[in-house]
Design a protein around this ligand. Structure first.
Ligand code: ASP
Length: 435
């Protein structure tokens, strides 16, 4: 059985949903995982933020707008009055449900329930479209089997048992539809796998059923050797290894959610990235093997904050770095890059939510310096560290830029460099000339 995930733009209009229906109509056994239609999750965020700020009038305005968009989608999607009515009823139900949260006490629980509505709507609309067009399928609710544990990690045992139970109910069915992104937490409450999390759902589900392949369908033809917005000669990459793909996804190539590589790698299930708008394009195939040598791609991640802790106490001391790292752990903030010298340690983070608290706590250990608006640019390739000369080439390419940090040797597949965000474009062009 294959797992196919379709992102928001792939099902962003009624026509695109119809296109996806024709793409999956091929007799193969599959689980189809759907995101919310594009723009929906953003709008649901806006609605929840207005409700958090007790601006229910504004929230209502956005709910009305979104509902109107969906009413149009329903009219374009279905042909028969019966399915048209069914669609309109469904939309009414979900939007009235959202309106029921215009209450005084609006907590994170209500917010998560609102955020889940996008995937719940898109999947049921799509399922009904298949029904109307006599394409056999079954809808299996993700909330019946997707669960995260108290560390917010997927509860793989629970997922496997419960997903297989759902599938076994329909032994003759070849096409299952479910929602990406949404899940329950250990208390059974509605949660989600964070922005862009449907890719992660796809690989968790792929691992749970030991899928033959995981396909991620978006609106681009796979990973590119560089970001086409900045680099003219960027080309699609036909093959990548799991490690190369993880580095690229993590360091800014938006096509794949970085967390989604690991479950596929652990279960050794190949991942294929495909373009819904150009299904004939080969896309990128990600497997445990690597093909080709040298630098294959560049990527960039913006919004990075560098924090330097300088302390005489670090000199010849042990346990200092542990204390520094513990501060980040306390604030559940993950670290991207680190470099150390005998008297200072520099760390980068991409999530500034708890920056104030982090800086406060770090000041216990030394002088703290913060630089915001930085960018990590990186070059990725298989074993580039073991092949001579690459670091020289990278330094030569970046000779005109000021480099704040460099990470070499952390992984065999990646060299990352921290620069000012305003130098990003030129730095990417210079690095791409190395490919
Ligand atoms: N709908 C969610 C989001 O926009 C999840 C996803 O599309 O992957 O982040």
């Amino acid at each position: 059985m294959k797992v196919l995930k379709f992102g928001g733009t792939s099902i962003g209009t009624a026509d695109r949903m119809k296109n996806v229906a024709s793409l999956i109509n091929n007799g193969e056994e599959k689980i189809v995982i759907l995101s919310a239609m594009s723009g929906t999750t953003n709008m649901l965020y806006k609605i929840s933020e207005e409700l958090e700020n007790k601006e229910s009038q504004n929230a209502n305005k956005f709910v009305d707008q979104l509902e109107e968009n969906y009413r149009k989608v329903v009219q374009e999607l279905f042909t028969s009055p019966e399915f048209n009515n069914r669609g309109l009823e469904l939309i009414k139900y979900h939007f009235n449900y959202i309106r029921s949260f215009m209450i005084d006490i609006f907590t994170i629980k209500e917010k998560r329930t609102i955020l889940a509505q996008g995937e719940l709507i898109s999947s049921v609309l799509f399922y009904n479209y298949l029904l109307e067009n006599n394409m056999e399928s079954k809808l299996i609710p993700a909330l019946n089997f997707m669960r995260i544990d108290n560390n917010l990690e997927p509860d793989n045992y629970y997922i496997k048992e419960n997903l297989n139970r759902e599938l076994k109910q329909y032994p003759d069915c070849k096409t299952f539809i479910t929602q990406g992104y949404i899940c329950r937490n250990m208390f059974g409450e509605i949660e989600n796998l964070k922005r862009g999390g449907s890719d992660y759902s796809a690989s968790i589900i792929g691992r749970a059923i030991n899928a033959e392949e995981i396909q991620i369908w978006t609106d681009v033809s796979g990973f590119y050797s560089g970001d086409p917005r900045y680099v003219n000669n960027a080309k699609p990459l036909p093959r990548l290894s799991f490690d190369e793909a993880a580095e690229l996804a993590y360091f800014g190539a938006k096509i794949l959610h970085p967390s989604s590589v690991l479950p596929a790698k652990l279960a050794n299930i190949q991942v294929r990235l495909k373009n819904t708008l150009k299904p004939g394009d080969p896309g990128t195939l990600i497997t445990s093997k690597s093909f080709g040598k040298g630098i294959k791609a560049t990527a960039a991640k913006d919004g990075i904050t560098a924090i330097k802790i300088k302390s005489g106490r670090m000199l010849l001391a042990y346990g200092f770095i542990r204390k520094v790292f513990e501060v980040f752990e306390r604030y559940k903030t993950s670290i991207d890059m680190t470099t150390t010298s005998e008297i200072a340690v520099s760390i980068t983070i991409d999530d500034k939510t708890y920056l104030k608290g982090i800086v406060n706590d770090l000041q216990l250990y030394g002088n703290v310096e913060v630089n915001e608006n930085m960018t990590i640019v990186c070059v990725v390739g298989d074993n580039i560290l073991e092949q001579k000369g690459y670091i020289n080439k990278v330094f030569d390419a970046l000779e005109n830029f000021s480099i704040r940090m460099i990470s070499y040797g952390g992984s065999r597949h990646n060299i990352s460099i921290l620069i000012n965000s305003e130098d990003k474009k030129e730095a990417l062009i210079a690095l791409n000339n190395l490919i």
